[in-house]
Design a protein around this ligand. Structure first.
Ligand SMILES: N[C@@H](CCC(=O)N[C@@H](CS)C(=O)NCC(=O)O)C(=O)O
Length: 221
């Protein structure tokens, strides 16, 4: 069996997919896609897609063809996960949490990561292409703006994360004793935030720290 995950190592959307595969007992080969060159993804999808993550399973290419950000996650669940990532009984809280994590939480974590990630791109052309992409979406000077307001963004993020911290002090995972995809989504945004030591969880985010270690070690039976 061949499973190849096209990713960027720090991507908040690729990290959960990689970890969900591992939790399901699948060790994907990973291909790091340069943020500034989406040629391989465009070729693989015949021009239909340019983002990551993208999964190739025995020659079958899986990506967000319908704009549903959960297409790859659901494919993993249906193929290897025995519906443990998306249990029907937890559908409402699982999907609500995923939406909140991928929107409200991610919109803070990626900015705090980007203020470290963007300057770390050594090649001036590559870095400028990434900045250009960000500025077309978020306005000119956005990375500088996020750098200046990093403290305020972090305060907003910590306020949101305090809900998860409180729950995880009482429960191993967000919705009980077994992880669902919402847990992997949370793992993804935290992985993006703290990638390469760019940011750390604080002392009062102990339960979140233990949660990330627990999820990393988790394997579905
Ligand atoms: N909704 C997509 C979002 C994927 C996404 O935003 N990927 C980012 C990397 S974290 C990307 O490829 N951005 C490049 C672009 O939008 O051009 C998913 O959940 O897979």
């Amino acid at each position: 069996m061949s499973v190849v995950l096209y990713q960027m190592p720090h991507s908040p959307y690729a990290i959960p997919i990689r970890q969900a595969l591992i939790a399901c007992g699948v060790s994907p080969d990973t291909r790091d896609v340069p943020n500034w060159d989406r040629g391989e993804i465009i070729q693989l999808t015949g021009g239909a897609y340019y983002q990551i993550p993208l999964l190739v399973h025995d020659g079958r290419v899986i990506f967000e063809s319908e704009g549903d950000s959960l297409e790859i996650a659901r494919y993993i669940d249906n193929t290897w996960g025995k519906r443990q990532l998306f249990p029907e009984s937890l559908s409402a809280p699982n999907l609500c949490l995923i939406e909140w994590i991928e929107d409200a939480v991610e919109s803070r974590t990626f900015k705090l990561a980007d203020v470290h990630y963007v300057p770390s791109i050594e090649d001036v052309v590559a870095r400028t292409m990434v900045v250009r992409h960000k500025e077309r979406k978020f306005g000119k000077g956005c990375v500088e703006q996020w750098t200046q307001s990093a403290g305020a963004i972090r305060a907003e993020l910590d306020c949101l994360l305090s809900r998860c911290e409180a729950t995880l002090r009482h429960s191993p995972f967000l919705l009980g004793t077994t992880p669902v995809y919402a847990d992997f989504a949370l793992f993804g945004v935290l992985g993006n935030l703290t990638h390469n030591g760019w940011n750390q969880l604080c002392g009062d985010q102990n339960a979140l720290q233990h949660f990330t270690n627990r999820l990393q070690a988790w394997r579905f039976l």
